[in-house]
Design a binder for this molecule. Structure first.
Ligand SMILES: [Zn+2]
Length: 245
């Protein structure tokens, strides 16, 4: 008899406690999720609007092969620079490059070399290439690499020019050379990305190798190389990147 009177009052608070912890946890997770999303803010909507109806937003687009003021790099492809260096797509993850959305079907919008260098395409690269620049035009004491990807269709059929087959190493290219076409390859044919070019400037390890471009710390802010505001923190949530010579 005595035991019952003890167990009953203790059962309820324990369950309530558990529910409270669960609720706080869920609210916390939802908050973190929203925080991660709102960081992109207006530009996320701009990208979606542009992809749906590119003809409506000509002011968003930058022409290929144009150059801003005295900036060293040519613009590698025509389109809307929708996502920037430092953008956060998910928590604890920042975008290491810029995304240029063509607003055309896969395989239609050309991609060009932004600067003279040496092109490498590893054996297993369907949609990617990297250009070695022995002297960084903004800091000739170091070597940098230009990484470009999504140059294939959803199934992984490459749009890279036949002059650069898999297993191409250190082949000279010149600013303005045609390299291929923007695609929507994601690695999963069922879920292709929106047609775009991902471009990033990757640091060298000091021994003639490129570092892992997936880490933002291994990449450089492309802003001074193009003369465009391409740093997410500087540009803000709903601005269009502009030439600032
Ligand atoms: Zn990207």
């Amino acid at each position: 008899m005595e035991e019952k009177s003890f167990t009953k009052p203790y059962n309820f608070p324990r369950r309530a406690c558990l529910m409270a912890v669960l609720a706080v946890g869920l609210i916390g997770l939802a908050g973190l999720f929203l925080l991660g999303r709102t960081y992109l803010g207006g530009r996320n909507k701009m990208v979606i609007d542009f992809i749906r109806n590119p003809g409506k937003f000509p002011a968003y687009e930058v022409e290929a092969l144009t150059q801003c003021g005295g900036a060293p790099f040519l613009f590698p492809s025509k389109g809307f620079i929708g996502y920037l260096w430092g953008d956060s797509f998910k928590l604890f993850n920042r975008h290491q490059g810029i995304d240029i959305f063509a607003g055309t079907p896969s395989g239609k919008t050309p991609v060009y070399a932004p600067f003279d260098g040496y092109l490498t395409r590893e054996e297993d690269w369907r949609s990617s290439l990297i250009i070695r620049i022995p002297e960084d035009p903004l800091d000739p004491s170091r070597q940098i690499w230009l990484y470009m990807t999504h140059l294939a269709d959803a199934e992984g059929n490459s749009f890279i020019e036949s002059a650069f087959p898999p297993g191409t190493y250190d082949k000279p290219v010149f600013a303005g050379d045609l390299l291929g076409y923007q695609g929507d390859y994601s690695g999963n044919p069922a879920r292709p990305v929106g047609v775009h070019l991902h471009f990033s400037i990757v640091r060298d390890d000091g021994q003639e190798n490129y570092l892992n471009e997936l880490e933002i710390l291994n990449t450089l802010d492309p802003t001074p190389y193009f003369g465009f505001d391409l740093n997410a923190k500087v540009l803000g949530r709903s601005d269009i990147p502009k030439c600032v010579p």
